[in-house]
Design a protein around this ligand. Structure first.
Ligand code: PM9
Length: 460
């Protein structure tokens, strides 16, 4: 779907400092990617020109956030930055109780341990790697209840993050609501290509879960980007500010896990938020075992201060319009080069369909892993595999074979320019031109958990 925008957007900030990048030759990159076992996670960042591995912890902070870092109160207990963060979460998202954690998975770990009992089922709008693993480690089974369109890279559905309510209802009938501790709802679903859930769907989901007495836990890692799509695509919200849309989204949920390294514009940090006193009390006790005291949860005071300020900045309409505008610019550029991208264009990056890009490779030859390595080799642009390697293995040891076999060109917030976007699209186009000569990979080392981070490959 081509989004038409009437006037050019531009960033609502200017640059005060720059970070110099190292340019490399193809020979240097070949050596680097071989040493990295054809896994872009194992490259040294010094060997990367434009880093689109992730939007996680890679944002540029504002001068206000940096000034906030100087106000860090590094007391072991009761830091004033904790209280500022708590107020920021309450004011902007509306959740009552806050437990800071070192990052998103810290919150997932604690929440899963508290709410999931062995044999429980956790429905969700597509899996996320760390989230599902924590659910499984707590004895639960994740069940995907996202709409079918989400698994089709070419479907133009405007809200591919929506829950299929019939699927969910069937699951509730099958297992009983007592075996479903919560429905796990991600805003702007990462693994589907940064695709939003609609407010309409959320309202219906809320009504259904309330009927059955089931909680909704919100993975709010990219909630502001989701709010942008609601504003653009649901007529009721065309004139509603992003911050109000975000607050309404959160109001339909009972608690949240957050990786603040994305939307909230910080390099480290996350939290667990809940409206339930009992859950809070248990989490507050558990956080001291795994993360740190409940008023810092593994973070320095300065990091909590940067997060409190980042949350506010992330909900500014001009910020989010420029943020997603840059992604759309890159997406349209790629479309001009006929690169098979996931549609509609998502909120945090461009997802390239590796099955269509490299149709001669079977999924067992790791097309997305191969493509990520080839793009790096071409230009030093680092991307990430989001296909069979990321999906990992089922508890019974079999591979998950996801329908989506994607390479994610993830754009950090407030970091790169439009010219960088041009270079990125041109590099993908250069690889497309010689795609017939590209051979697949075989996995030669596979770690037990979250294998995509450290697996190693060789060329076939
Ligand atoms: N997401 C990403 O690059 C970083 C690590 S996985 C490659 O997309 C969601 C929707 C995420 C996410 C991390 C986490 C975990 C939870 N939910 O990385 O632990 O996208 O802060 O958050 C990554 P942490």
């Amino acid at each position: 779907m081509k989004t038409t925008y009437k006037r050019s957007w531009a960033e609502p900030y200017k640059m005060k400092m720059v970070e110099l990048l190292r340019m490399t030759t193809r020979a240097q990159r070949l050596k680097a990617i071989r040493e990295a076992g054809f896994n872009t996670f194992l490259l040294r960042s010094e060997d990367v020109y434009i880093d689109l591995l992730t939007d996680s912890g890679t944002s540029a902070m504002s001068d206000h956030q940096w000034a906030g870092m100087m106000l860090g109160d590094e007391a072991y207990a009761g830091s004033r930055n904790f209280y500022h963060l708590e107020k920021s979460v309450q004011d902007h998202y509306g959740y009552k109780y806050l437990i800071p954690t070192h990052q998103g998975r810290g919150a997932e770990h604690i929440l899963s341990k508290i709410l999931i009992r062995p044999g429980d089922v956790i429905p969700g709008n597509m899996y996320f790697t760390t989230t599902r693993l924590h659910q499984e480690l707590a004895g639960g089974t994740f069940v995907d209840v996202i709409i079918e369109e989400a698994h089709d890279p070419q479907s133009l559905h405007p809200f591919k993050g929506n829950v299929d309510l019939d699927k969910l209802e069937k699951l509730i009938r099958q297992h009983g609501s007592e075996r479903i501790p919560y429905v796990c709802i991600a805003t702007n679903v990462n693994m589907a290509g940064g695709q939003p859930i609609s407010m309409e769907n959320l309202r219906e989901l809320r009504a259904l879960t309330q009927k059955h007495g089931i909680r909704i836990i919100h993975d709010m890692t990219r909630v502001a980007e989701n709010a942008y799509f609601i504003q653009q695509r649901e007529p009721e919200f065309a004139h509603t500010p992003i911050r109000e849309i975000v607050k309404e989204i959160c109001s339909y949920t009972d608690g949240a896990t957050m990786s603040a390294k994305k939307d909230a514009l910080v390099n480290i940090g996350g939290f667990l938020a809940t409206n339930e006193w009992d859950v809070f009390e248990e989490a507050r006790n558990m956080v001291v075992v795994y993360e740190g005291l409940h008023t810092y949860g593994g973070l320095a005071g300065r990091d909590m201060e940067a997060m409190a300020i980042g949350i506010k900045e992330s909900l500014d309409d001009n910020h989010i319009h420029a943020r997603v505008g840059q992604i759309e610019y890159l997406g349209h550029k790629m479309e001009e080069f006929e690169i098979p991208v996931v549609h509609p264009i998502g909120g945090h990056g461009i997802f390239v369909d590796a099955r269509r890009f490299l149709p001669h490779l079977s999924q067992d030859e790791f097309p997305a892993q191969t493509l990520a390595a080839e793009v790096y080799l071409d230009s030093g642009v680092r991307t990430m595999e989001r296909g069979i390697v990321s999906a990992g293995r089922k508890p019974d040891g079999q591979h998950y074979y996801p329908k989506l076999e994607l390479v994610r060109f993830t754009v950090p917030r407030r970091v790169y320019t439009q010219a960088h976007m041009d270079v990125i699209a041109e590099s993908a186009a250069a690889v497309l031109k010689r795609r017939n000569r590209i051979k697949g990979l075989k996995m030669v080392y596979e770690p037990k958990y979250l294998r995509f981070f450290q697996a190693r490959f060789e060329r076939l």
